[in-house]
Design a protein around this ligand. Structure first.
Ligand SMILES: [Zn+2]
Length: 589
């Protein structure tokens, strides 16, 4: 059975969308997907469904006042929590006593849905203190949407609110109450709204960064905050820590490596920039010689001609590497300007005609973008599966090499969701965010400190981290090749088991992961039994919160040694599963 659910109110969504407003809480589906927590949607207006669901659920999410009126069910939820449930609320109304809080006041959005309302800082609490690595301890995390502030009375504080000017306040951002055998966790803001706005940014409808172009850097909403902090991922793993005591299994963000638990995933991409100097083949040959995957995006010029020859294209594929499309909305376009659906269609068609296959994950030259979700819809309509243009770095400089860019808050892939006109439906189109852009060298000099910092960050958060190296730099810069060799050496020396991929394979993994599930069958003091259904051919890793020592694990009929890892201060049992259906038993004492 699926042990987690989120409450939703279809009438509240219709009303929001009819006003032309996003139903921000719809992004709860994406949070659960990133967590790898299988969950069902429960319509709060369907009392029968709700009553039935409560008996089998261990985890319930509820949204804020804009997401629906959840107060009529406060009493039954209170009993459910006391009996062992974990309730997580995003500024919900009508529940304050259950969360051990008293209502204080509401702070509206200051200047629209994309402007920061406040900042939060994690508290010195067992569930919060180990989420950020030491190097990022205490970094403020931006919060979007209205605040519904409370005064803690019988709750613990997991995070504090600060003003956008970094002034400390007495209001908590997140509280936790233990009630009976369960717990109730309250966020003073809508986490779904905050994560959506962080991930996708604001609409690119103006040259906000003044660099002269409409690019994804215009979408960044974190203002002057540091750009190397995974703000949304910190929120994600705060949720994961709160969920730990619920005992529900999740699918790890990183697939196994040769059947064993892996620590992180690195995926490589690079754009050929339409060059005809053989750099694509030279770069592909280098990556192959080091046993690494690679992904090259191939760009047409203003006349629609690709410099890469069919023979070179074949050579790259024969190396086991990926080739896709580098959209060119720079040459032949006036700036600052947008681009159109016809531009996207024309270049995609040219690519398919020239190279005989469709692009899977593409990149836009100079990270060009227009509007909010529109380019994602246009590309999805052509069968393209994802985009790797979302570099989390501001501009100028126009080409911010050797930087860790997480200004969009996450290193993990996330699906695009349509706007209010489209009913906020999830699109079958994945954002593969950038993370390390030409990191590890600058000009002729190497910079291994920055490289190690990027790798340490990726390892700490078990990231799917994008390392982006243009073929031209791999082909021509000795320092770039040295950085890639150091990347491999450092990971090996650190004992980190790393899954390497290209951007297309990352899409295949994340798409399969989104279709995979793990269910809790039974749980007693002596044994927990799970059912995993894995859609990825290389398998997946299930993570199970560990409450007591596990001495034996059976995957189907096979006994394996228990693999326990500490993630963000809490112990997890990691279970690498083969593709298909696997019954898992974890036995204690
Ligand atoms: Zn480019």
């Amino acid at each position: 059975m699926i042990a987690a659910a989120y409450l939703y109110d279809p009438e509240a969504q219709q009303a929001s969308n009819a006003r032309g407003e996003n139903y921000w809480y719809a992004y709860i589906g994406e949070i659960l997907c990133q967590l790898g927590l299988p969950a069902v949607a429960v319509n709060v207006r369907d009392e029968k469904h709700l009553a039935d669901a409560l008996s089998s659920l261990r985890v319930i999410f509820a949204g804020d006042a804009r997401a629906g009126d959840f107060s009529p069910i406060a009493e039954s939820l209170s009993d459910w929590v006391a009996a062992g449930g974990t309730l997580i609320a995003f500024a919900s109304e009508g529940f304050d006593e259950l969360f051990g809080n008293a209502f204080h006041s509401v702070t509206p959005e200051p200047d629209g849905s994309f402007a920061m309302t406040a900042l939060m800082r994690l508290a010195d609490h067992a569930l919060a203190r180990a989420i950020a690595p030491q190097s990022l301890a205490g970094e403020p995390i931006p919060v979007f949407g209205p605040l519904r502030k409370v005064v803690p009375q019988a709750s613990e504080v997991l995070a504090h609110l600060m003003s956008v000017r970094l002034a400390e306040t007495s209001s908590p951002a997140v509280t936790l109450r233990h009630l009976g055998r369960g717990q109730a966790c309250y966020f003073a803001f809508d986490v779904a709204h905050t994560m959506w706005v962080l991930h996708k940014g604001r609409p690119v409808d103006g040259d906000y960064d003044l660099d002269g172009y409409l690019r994804l850097s215009d979408a960044i909403v974190t203002g002057p905050l540091r750009q190397d902090v995974p703000y949304a991922d910190i929120l994600l793993f705060l949720l994961q820590n709160v969920l730990h005591s619920a005992g529900t299994p999740m699918v790890h963000q990183v697939p196994p490596l040769a059947g064993e638990v892996a620590d992180l995933l690195i995926f490589f991409g690079g754009d050929d920039e339409g060059l005809s100097d053989g750099s694509q083949v030279a770069a592909s040959d280098f990556m192959r010689s080091r046993g690494l995957p690679y992904h090259i995006n191939i760009m047409p010029d203003a006349d629609g001609h690709f410099a890469l020859t069919p023979a070179e294209h074949h050579h790259i594929l024969a190396n086991g590497h990926e080739a896709s499309l580098h959209f060119n909305f720079i040459d032949g376009f006036s700036h600052p300007s947008g681009f159109t659906q016809q531009d996207v269609e024309r270049q995609c068609k040219l690519f398919c005609q020239t190279f005989g296959h469709s692009p899977v994950v593409s990149v836009n030259h100079w990270c060009r973008w227009t509007g909010w979700v529109e380019p994602a819809k246009w590309m999805a309509a052509l069968g393209i599966k994802g985009d790797n243009s979302r570099l989390g770095l501001s501009s100028p400089p126009l080409n911010p090499v050797n930087h860790i860019g997480l200004a969009f808050g996450s290193a993990f892939p996330h699906y695009y969701y349509d706007d209010a006109d489209g009913g906020n439906q999830r699109l079958d189109f994945l954002c593969e965010p950038g993370m390390a852009y030409e990191v590890g060298y600058l000009g002729d000099a190497t910079d291994f400190d920055t490289l190690h910092r990027a790798l340490d960050l990726a390892a700490h958060f078990h990231m799917t981290a994008n390392f982006f190296y243009h073929p031209i730099y791999i082909a021509r810069q000795e320092s770039c090749r040295q950085a890639i060799e150091e990347l491999v050496r450092y990971l090996r020396e650190s004992g980190l088991r790393t899954v390497f991929m290209g951007c297309d394979e990352l899409w295949a993994w994340w798409d399969a992961r989104a279709r995979s599930t793990v269910e809790l069958l039974t749980a007693s003091r002596s044994e927990t039994r799970l059912l995993a259904r894995c859609a990825y051919p290389e398998g997946m890793t299930v993570k199970l919160p560990l409450a007591r020592e596990v001495v034996q694990v059976r995957l189907g009929q096979v006994s394996i040694a228990p693999a326990v890892q500490n993630h963000f201060g809490l112990p997890w049992l990691l279970l690498p599963c083969p593709p298909g259906e696997t019954e898992i038993a974890a036995c204690s004492g």
